[in-house]
Design a binder for this molecule. Sequence first.
Ligand SMILES: [Ca+2]
Ligand SMILES: [Ca+2]
Ligand SMILES: [Ca+2]
Length: 738
Amino acid sequence: MNFYRESILILVIVQLFLVKQTVIGQFSSPIFEKQSIAQNLGDGYWIEAIRLNNQQTTNTQLIGYGLTEGHINLYQTTNTTTANTIEILDSPVAMDQADVNGDGFQDVVICFEYGRTMLDCDPDGGKIVWLENPGLNANQQTWKKHYVGKSTAMHRLKIGHFTQTQRWEIIGLPIVSQPNDLVSAVPVILFQQPENVHNATDWPEKIINEDYFHVIHDAELIKKGQLDSLLIASLEGITWLYFDRSKNQWTIQNIGNGEPQQQQTAFYGSGSLGVGKIRYDNFSYIATAEPFHGNTVAVYMKSIDNHFTQIQWKRYVLDVYGYVNKQGEGPIHHIVCADFDNDGDDEFLVALRGPSPNEGVYYYKLIDVSRGLFYKWKVSNDSAARITLGDFDSDGLLDFATISYAVPDYYVSHNPSINIFYNRNNTRHQNRFQVTKQNNQLQFKIPRPNQVVAQEILPFLTVNGITLSLEILPPFHSRQIDSYTYIKVLWGDLTWIDATTRTYQSRTALCRARSVCSLEIHSDNNQIQAGREGAIIFVHKIYDRLHNLSPIENIDKVIVQNSLPEYYSEELRQLTFQFVPYYQYQPDPQFKDVEFYNLKGFDIKFADSNDHFCYVQLWAAGLNVNAGVHNHAKDTFCEVHACLINGSGKGGMHYLNSSTQQYDPLKTSDSAFQQLPVPSFSEHGPLWDMDAQNKPVLRPDSTVVYPWHKWQAGTNTSLKQSFDIWAAFEFNPRLFTN
Ligand SMILES: [Ca+2]
Ligand SMILES: [Ca+2]
Ligand SMILES: [Ca+2]
């Protein structure tokens, strides 16, 4: 699992046109940084971004829930450890939000008592309530429930001003009208805010229509003049439902028929939709998932006009994701449109609930209106029931969040989770890492930090569930950090305030000579900041702490995966990495049948000058293994190590105090060595000789003077085996001599 899902650009050709390479070059891959908010949830269905009050200074938070447990959870996105259950409801389905009572705090409208499925729905359920935001302590207490009304199988609802602008109105959209009945039309109901919204026993209701719609799965609110109206996805396809003030009546207008009816499935028409804007036209296209729980992504394009009336909409099928299952359902559950790259045109996101490979989120970017031509990239691999939009890190770029689909009898994803995907796209962004294969290793050519304008990220390897990424931070850039992220600085510096001690912390490529530093960061605002030179950092991201804590008893059981993003070539992405017995490289009797392994390797150069920067390789050693005493007499690098996993907790660098001390394998005793244990997620400072200016001491042939040293794995008599895994960073000495 990669934590940055950037993926290969897949050209979606609706009509057969040849697209010149230069056109492709105008667009860069979208980049989103994933933050896990909650995992292994008991259910998953709805997610919605919410600002709790109308002060624009408040953070955007998330409400997420599913039908099984029905815990309406409010997640503070800056703090992933806590969620406040604002209410527990029996099988809640959809929600919407508004400040219903006008007190400045955003309230929630929600429908529940759905039942198990649309066929097995609760005939007495389908209730709507609004949950009153208690105000300042909204994150600590339950919210008061106020009843609105009900209709069996209530499944979507929207709050707005549909017939007038004085009072709130809720339109309730049941999916079916009664259990075991997909044939009868559903009632569409308008509930109008009563005089006393706090004490009313219910809201007055009117049926808008009860003979047109079937299996309504989604609706989007759109403005028509002063009033709100709905675009509805149902078996009828895409339908515009609006109140015509001049005629004082509701109008139903079909926009498109959706997926045609077929023999093999009960479903046809449309399942979900988003309205896309292009420049000044807010209703430029409609992106749809079709039919109900369908497998087809389609767009409806029109001639340039601002109105739905008198317009010819042309449907283009962009993609079909897999086959429908025996219930006649496919993997797509939701669609949203938004402008993520700030070019004035909306992209759209498609949520796929699964199973894999049709699981995650695809990002579609329009490239030619007249031809309905889009590019797409996969931007998440996590099951997505729904997507919500918000600027969760308040950086001015629109982010999105997803909740996995986990509804028994439909589909239950393996790890129902809530994730935020931070928008790391910059309109000036281009892929800044040149990656090539050299002797079955990878070479990265990278820009210097002062040459980039946005954070650049390159995940490339996952070892035992730890994903390694190379990142470049421009000068003074702030980067989010969490307790699953460990950072080794390679160049430049990082600063933050420690959350516990409130002291100023900084880190550079080298910690103090012959000392050990942790790669952990406890920042008081979950941010680290690069200094005036920017920074190049090596990021270790873990997903499962328990897994990472259990000892590695067999090197063959360590899963090593190439994690290059999908926009790199198959040749690069299929390159495999493995721990090879060191004896194969160095057939010295001391390494024969020894549990000592090497994984090569990653060469990093600066793209502008082709200057060598750093070579990185991984090592693994079993308990008690001596990785070989050496002094780099022929090596022209300054080497430090960062430990990913310390199998005994005691493994680390053993070194002779002085480079003048001779080493004789037969005579030099182990006790002559200084011991510097390097715990998991720690690094050690320079062992090489340094002059008065802290510059490395070089021999005339430019090799670096070190004392004799080795990695020595520790002992643990209670364990049969437990490997150390560490990374060696071999820096160009010129970095430290100039
Ligand atoms: Ca309120
Ligand atoms: Ca855009
Ligand atoms: Ca943002």
